[in-house]
Design a protein around this ligand. Sequence first.
Ligand code: 13P
Length: 255
Amino acid sequence: MRKPLLAGNWKMYTTVQEAKELASAVVGAAAKVSGRDVMIAPPYTALAAVGSVLAGSSGVLLGAQNVHWEEEGAFTGEISAAMLRDVGCAMAIVGHSERRHVFGETDFMINSRIKGGLQSGLIPVFCIGETLKQREAGNTLKVLEDQVRAGLAGVEVTDGSRLVVAYEPVWAIGTGKTATEAQAQEVHAFIRSLLADMYEKNIAAGIRILYGGSVKPENIDILMQQDDIDGALVGGAALKAESFERIICFQKTAY
Ligand code: 13P
């Protein structure tokens, strides 16, 4: 019942021209498969241009890399959900580990961003993940539970397809170290059970949980074979058309 979602987080990369070219290649790649959602999140400067490339029937969704909770106001450096909707965004990444760890975003801010995004009709891609230190101390599930409960506190979800959770172990981001499929599946099943505790059963069952952290053509198939992995949030490998195409075209057949 959950449609796989393959999402590319372009982080602070691409000029407008590069973004348009990459977006066109993604549109071509996405046309080769069906039954899965594809999203790309370029930097803010390229959103409008990429929005134009995707407009119409490309089937590729536009995402932002963050979203502010107010509609407008004196918030220098921030972008509102209404502004993102205006350039064609359907989704917004929220709580990425780089926002948490490099820019000091708190659970409270992340919770507000999720609420603001949902209110304006954006689908939040809510990121959570433990650091290596937390994992080695045996605290992974506790850390994730705290992040999920704080991030979703008071967040009403009436349709599971309107919320996406992305599990991105901090130690796997940009390091080339992927969680094994068994490690990822264990955590995803745990997140699924948490969501089932917080929301009605059928709603929780519709929330997609993505894995992120060094996803590449070589590991996408085995990750997607896990019961509770509904897709991927891809960084580096989403910046190259060929590797993102291979990820979009993952195959779920048994090894
Ligand atoms: P990498 O795929 O480069 O490890 O980045 C993952 C990520 O942070 C996606 O949001």
